[in-house]
Design a protein. Structure first.
Length: 419
């Protein structure tokens, strides 16, 4: 029996689920507590800068298969840009040294045999430590697996781990970094080409999805915050929203809860990750630098990644709980000092800026919190979960969010076929 699917949450997980469902011919209603879609992956117009900016910076890779399929479904594959081949430029802010990582074409990384292609100062033996990730136990951290001395950890593995896990390498779960390596760098150059949303996250991931849902006849209801869930039998019977509205589920109806883990507390007995980690992004008006968007990895300083689109330079600091407690002016001053070094703008005064703090950007991706991730199934037969905090097998990334929504939607379609 097929019925309406109620998707609670219009972040990437919810949008991914809704898009998959309407493409399968299912009627869908999406409920979003905010007045906009996208959650932590969206763009907005900033009055201070006079520009449209992203609330956070995201670097995707060409091997992110679920993201690619989602973009194909919403007709937005042309909204990602990046180099023709895999290239990852870095700057060491302490030494001033610059280099570019260019992975080889094959699955076997023969390129690391050439000292000229390796990261400056690194040794071949340091690269072989990556194999430890494949054997990492559930309690192992990234630092325990990979930090055995040498420069490769500081100049590559640590920046990659902090970016992917939003957790310091000495506490981040090694088991979550391995899937990233396996699905991208482990498949050769064609799977690890860097990609940036252009012109922004909403234009790439959100707006085309909303247009598709509208065309397919789906309903998207903003400012609809879920307040309570009513249970009946082995499923849920109704969804109660702030403002007094109650939506009752019919016999063939299903629901997908695609909300942050804290909101999932509406479900009694559901174990979810408890801790979280912050991300701080800074956006600065710098004048146009080049014709195309580009990025630069930063090591040895505060910022970890620099993105330039048009005349806006944006930097990201992950695992930024302590930084998020500082004032925006102090943060901007520290960030600007590193931006000027990276872009050759030394001596220029601090321009207009916007600091964006996401204090609960992701769950804390430690071994202990990772074990608390629930699967997409729940004890209630007509309710499924989606979100980057569920057990996708991936870190809490865009790829993990999209995969979680597609997985929940696929389960509902499969259940309706088998029933």
């Amino acid at each position: 029996m097929t019925g309406r699917v109620h998707v609670i949450g219009a972040g990437l997980a919810g949008l991914s689920a809704a898009v998959s469902l309407v493409r399968a011919g299912r009627p869908v209603t999406v409920y979003e507590a905010a007045g906009h879609a996208g959650g932590r992956c969206r763009s907005f117009f900033d009055e201070v800068l006079g520009r449209r900016i992203d609330n956070g910076n995201h670097l995707l890779l060409s091997g992110n298969e679920d993201t690619r399929a989602y973009l194909e479904a919403i007709g937005a594959t042309d909204r990602l840009c990046g180099p023709e081949h895999a290239e990852f430029p870095f700057l060491d802010l302490e030494s001033g040294e610059r280099w570019t990582v260019r992975p080889g074409a094959g699955r076997v990384p023969w390129w690391i045999l050439s000292a000229a292609r390796r990261i400056p100062g690194s040794r071949l033996s340091e690269y072989l430590r990556a194999l430890r990730l494949a054997r990492a136990g559930g309690d192992a951290t990234v630092a325990q697996c990979l930090d055995g001395g040498g420069v490769l950890f500081r100049r590559f593995w640590e920046p990659l781990a902090v970016a992917a896990l939003n957790t310091a390498a000495d506490e981040g779960a090694a088991s979550l970094l391995w899937p990233v390596v396996r699905e991208t760098f482990g498949r050769g150059e064609a799977a690890c080409r860097p990609r940036i949303a252009n012109p922004g996250l909403s234009e790439c991931f959100v707006d085309p999805a909303l247009r598709l849902l509208e065309t397919a006849g789906a309903t998207v209801r903003f400012r609809s915050r879920l307040r309570a869930v009513t249970f009946g039998g082995d499923g849920i019977a109704a969804l109660a929203f702030a403002g007094g509205e109650t939506v009752r589920l019919g016999a063939g109806d299903r629901a997908i809860l695609a909300v942050p883990p804290a909101a999932a507390a509406l479900l009694p007995g559901l174990e979810t990750p408890r801790g979280s980690r912050a991300i701080v992004n800074g956006h600065f008006l710098v004048g146009r630098i080049g014709e195309h968007p580009f990025f630069l990895g930063l090591v040895g300083g505060l910022c970890q990644w620099l993105f330039v689109r048009g005349d806006v330079a944006s930097v990201t600091v992950s695992a930024a709980d302590s930084l998020a407690e500082e004032g925006s002016d102090a943060i901007a001053t520290r960030m600007w000092r590193e931006i000027t070094r990276a872009l050759g703008l030394e001596g220029q005064p601090l321009p207009a800026f916007r600091i964006v703090k996401e204090k609960r950007a992701t769950f804390a991706q430690t071994p202990a919190e990772t074990r608390r991730r629930p699967g997409f199934r729940t004890p209630w037969s007509n309710l499924l979960l989606a979100g980057d905090w569920t057990d996708t097998g991936l870190p809490a990334t865009i790829e993990g969010s999209v995969r979680s929504g597609r997985t929940a939607a696929a389960a509902i379609v499969a259940d309706s076929i088998s029933s």
